[in-house]
Design a protein around this ligand. Structure first.
Ligand code: F6P
Length: 320
């Protein structure tokens, strides 16, 4: 395979630029031509495609966001849209495509692969919600951002003897809340995967106060079954303790990628180029137990993410 394309799609995540850089430079090293597709599938439909060279990916390794821009494309999510996108790739002579994005983006890649394009999917999302890989590109940076925020919030919560509800991203997967909860010493985490009893959380806060705790940090994933405001009001009313909400929102998606995200992005991207060079069938690339892995794209996307109950239970053991 000589000519490949690359796009980033869906919510951006720190490390996407590291992946773009690795794809471009590894492919050029093998004598392949690389085309950057701007604004994800949306830009593909509009033919926003330009040739990339080694210099075009200089000075981006450490930057968050994506130099190719990203989008969530409604137009692509129809049979007509997918056919038009495949046609556009044909017009540019692009035989293989690297897609960096989350579940929806990789499903888009799967649709294109059914039109005869060889697609390599890289897991680019802060959510860590893809079952076939242990980690996604951007997750580690997002959790680090949350941890930094928690330690600042803890200072002010202690000073005022308050409870703070920290809302983090994650509509269907609570991994950001779970990992930040464990590493940040939260009193409780609320996740989309678990039905939490708010009374139990309140009891926990009161017991902590009786033991002399000055603050309580509760981390709530955006997809948990209660709103942050409602949760804070209930806690305040039941514990008699002032409770504030801090929504971290898009802060979690920006910033310079951590070591783990840079290397995950760089290594999975290099693997994608190697597979395209070998004319391999479409794959989803990720990391399992420290090894870079590549699975059949369709099969990988059926793997359900397993919820880590032990980690969840440990959070409440440690905060007692
Ligand atoms: O999928 C990544 C993610 O950051 C989610 O955690 C969040 O719910 C969503 O994207 C927000 O998406 P948008 O950029 O469309 O507001």
């Amino acid at each position: 395979m000589k000519r490949i394309g690359i796009l980033t799609s869906g919510g951006d995540s720190p490390g996407m630029n590291a992946a773009i850089r690795s794809v471009v430079r590894c492919a050029i090293d093998r004598g392949m031509e690389v085309y950057g597709i701007h604004r994800g599938y949306e830009g593909l439909l509009d033919g926003e495609i330009t040739r990339m060279d080694r210099n075009s990916v200089g000075d981006i390794l450490h930057r968050g966001g994506t130099i190719l821009k990203t989008a969530r494309s409604q137009r692509f999510q129809t049979d007509e849209g997918v056919s038009r996108a495949a046609e556009m790739l044909g017009t540019f002579g692009i035989e293989g495509l690297v897609v960096i994005g989350g579940d929806g983006s990789l499903h888009g890649g799967l649709e294109l692969s059914r039109k005869g394009i060889s697609v390599m999917g890289l897991p680019g999302t802060i959510d860590n919600d893809l079952g076939y890989t242990d980690y996604t590109i951007g997750f580690d940076t997002a959790v680090s951002t949350v941890l930094e925020a928690i330690s600042k919030l803890r200072d002010t919560s202690s000073a005022h003897d308050r409870t703070t509800v920290v809302e983090v991203m994650g509509r269907h997967c609570g991994d950001i809340a779970l990992y930040a909860g464990l590493a940040g010493g939260a009193e409780a985490v609320l996740l989309p995967e678990v039905n939490q009893d708010v009374n139990e959380i309140c009891r926990h806060i009161i017991e902590g106060r009786n033991r002399g705790k000055l603050h309580s940090i509760i981390i709530k994933a955006e997809g948990a079954d209660i709103s942050s405001q409602q949760l804070a009001e209930t806690i305040e009313q039941k514990t008699g303790k002032e409770t504030k909400v801090a929504v971290l929102s898009y802060l979690q998606r920006g910033g310079s990628p951590t070591l783990q995200d840079r290397n995950l992005a760089t290594l999975t991207a290099a693997k994608a180029v190697e597979l395209l060079w070998d004319d391999a069938e479409s794959k989803a690339i990720g990391i399992c137990r420290g090894e870079i892995v590549a699975y059949d794209l369709a099969e990988a996307l059926t793997v359900k993410r397993e919820f880590d109950q032990e980690m969840y239970d440990l959070i409440s053991v440690l905060s007692k």
